[in-house]
Design a protein around this ligand. Sequence first.
Ligand code: ADP
Length: 438
Amino acid sequence: MNPKLLFWVPAALRMVLALLGVGVVWYLLGATYALGIAFVLMAMMVFVQLSYLFQLSNWLDNPQSAKLPDGWGAWTSIFARLYRMRRDDEKNQAELTEWLARFRQAMHLLPDGVVIMDDVLFLEWCNPAAEKHLGLTHERDKGMRVTNLIRSPEFMDYIILGRYDQPLTITFRNRKLIVQIIPFENRRQILVTHDVTETERIEMMRRDFIANASHELRTPLTVIVGFLEIASAELDLDAATRAAHLKLMTEQGHRMQHLIEDMLTLSRLESVDYPLRPEPVDIKKLMQQVLRDAKALSAGKHDVRMECNGPDVLGSYDELYSAFGNLASNAVRYTPAGGSITLRWQDGPAGPQFIAQDTGIGISPEHISRLTERFYRVDKSRSRETQGTGLGLAIVKHVLLRHGGTLAIQSVADKGSSFIVSMPKSVVTPLQGELLVK
Ligand code: ADP
């Protein structure tokens, strides 16, 4: 029924009933009684209305705690409607609070920074990523002008020019950031920050790698092409010169081959499509093979020894052979003739270790932390002499990463070096090291 009718019809019916009652009393008992009863009824009605108004006023003062009565007459529907409104309101508020919590959580997890500012760039709110990128603290910096917080000339120019449709790349607090201002609502703006430091670093590494690899390949190629040109220009070269040229060309060809093999090994080790499939590794066999190679490379110029006391492990035979082989070959190549090299596989409290120790040229401390970078060499000219590709220790690092191992380098210039590979206990095969297995 129409709410207006719902309100008026029962009230009118009640009035008619009361008037009828008073009329009956008047007819039966006379006017005095009827007027008396009418007065009492009126007083009761006024009292009831006032009491409901009083309760309503109380409830409006504090809708949360006070309870609304059921009411009488038209009040029943008024109270019921107010009650429903309050319930809907509470529900909406609960939904809103939940949404706000969800929004805050999402903003907290967002890797990109978000700063909400007013139209004149005063900070209103920012998420943790923005705090990290821009060195802000929400509580401390709230109400401050963003240009006073982000002190970067490029950012200032960006604000002055106001070309907000374009993002801006800035270097701020040692980070490379892409920032953009997006106006929203009437008088608000969002500043979004995206950290590209890591992407830039990877991109730079890639560029360096290509430049280094091209440079490394160009040197032997230049030699080969040079000899080929001589050979085609001077067809009557004597046999001895031709043989010498061919020998040098073969050496340079081998050098390129090694370089390409090492590059392929590295790219395979880094590839996610090439996960490690651990298999039992016969360490004695592997160490013998490494020793044989080291002796062959040394060609009797060094005293090369091997001690093998550690357990067998689970891992990739080929990868470990490549890592230990690289360390052994470095020990030989960077130790002058007459020096000694010890290759050791031993067990330790933290797990097994491979140590390649030499009495060679050693390394100055400032180079040690950079040795595993691709193409990093302490002495470029000596490395060429020693047929190095500059990728050996990078390969070692990647093999160890895949096996959960670590590399420590101890070295004293002109005295010698120890390259210590520490493997975790978990790689020890159960049969060999029962006590060591977790
Ligand atoms: P390379 O193929 O040039 O030997 P590596 O990655 O194996 O490349 O080694 C990087 C650099 O570390 C070498 O160029 C060399 O300067 C230094 N290095 C590695 N092993 C030794 C060692 N046993 N003694 C002295 N220097 C070493």
